[in-house]
Design a protein around this ligand. Structure first.
Ligand SMILES: *Cc1c(COP(=O)(O)O)cnc(C)c1O
Length: 224
């Protein structure tokens, strides 16, 4: 496994060369992350709070940490001081907790709202009705220590490219539609986080601004 070579190959295959590559390093040792860092990667994605906490002090200071997995409210405080972007905000309760922890340390925390676009029930995220309810609520408008920078979505795990494309297209349409609205200052939609190892090309064709790529860079994950 040559991480630098993999990164080079992936970048060369980008449909949109300006799309941000987030190296998803969950389960991988620091040596692998450092190899990616040496090859120019600064953005790393993890899905467990404990793992980000353990890796953060081991990496250079200009490493940007992205929380991409389901986040429990009681763990927000551990990453609030340094997290660069939380992609996986899937409820108003979680968003409020992030706001509260941001207020405590006087830091505005950047987040994306995760939207449920897949067929599978198992994937997290707002559905459209939940999203509308939140956006229209008074409590939402009072948030002070979050920056909502965009949306995130995960397509259904399928080999059907048409279905994957349709789901990404749907998210992009929602993104453009919400952007046109009269939104609070803390909600400026710029980023669309969609695409992983198996579907980043399609995601970029449909307007992704950041892709979260793990196994194509670091090899298959070994969960033991
Ligand atoms: C693990 C993970 C990825 C990366 O998946 P690969 O198929 O290894 O590229 C992307 N997004 C999320 C939310 C993940 O949990």
């Amino acid at each position: 496994m040559n991480i630098a070579e993999n990164l080079h190959d992936i970048k060369s295959s980008f449909f949109n060369p300006d799309c941000l590559l987030i190296a998803v390093s969950k389960t991988k040792p620091i040596a692998d992350l450092l190899e990616a860092y040496e090859a120019g990667v600064r953005d790393f994605g993890e899905n467990k709070v404990q793992e980000i906490q353990a890796k953060e002090p081991e990496m250079p200071d200009d490493t940007r940490w992205h929380m991409i997995g389901h986040l429990q409210r009681n763990k927000v405080k551990y990453i609030a001081p340094f997290i660069h972007l939380i992609h996986s905000v899937d409820s108003f309760k979680l968003l409020s907790e992030i706001n509260k922890q941001g207020e405590k340390i006087d830091r505005k925390i950047s987040v994306l709202l995760q939207i449920h676009i897949a067929e599978e029930e198992s994937k997290f995220g707002f559905d459209i009705a939940e999203l509308e309810e939140m956006l229209n609520s008074d409590e939402f408008k009072k948030l002070s220590h979050v920056n909502i920078k965009g949306l995130m979505g995960m397509a259904t795990l399928t080999t059907n490219q048409d279905q994957i494309r349709k789901e990404f297209k749907g998210l992009k349409t929602l993104f453009e539609e919400i952007k046109k609205r009269d939104l609070p200052d803390f909600m400026q939609l710029e980023e669309l986080s969609m695409g992983m190892s198996s579907d980043y090309r399609v995601a970029q064709e449909e307007g992704s601004t950041m892709v979260r790529i793990g196994s194509s860079i670091f090899g298959a994950r070994n969960y033991n």
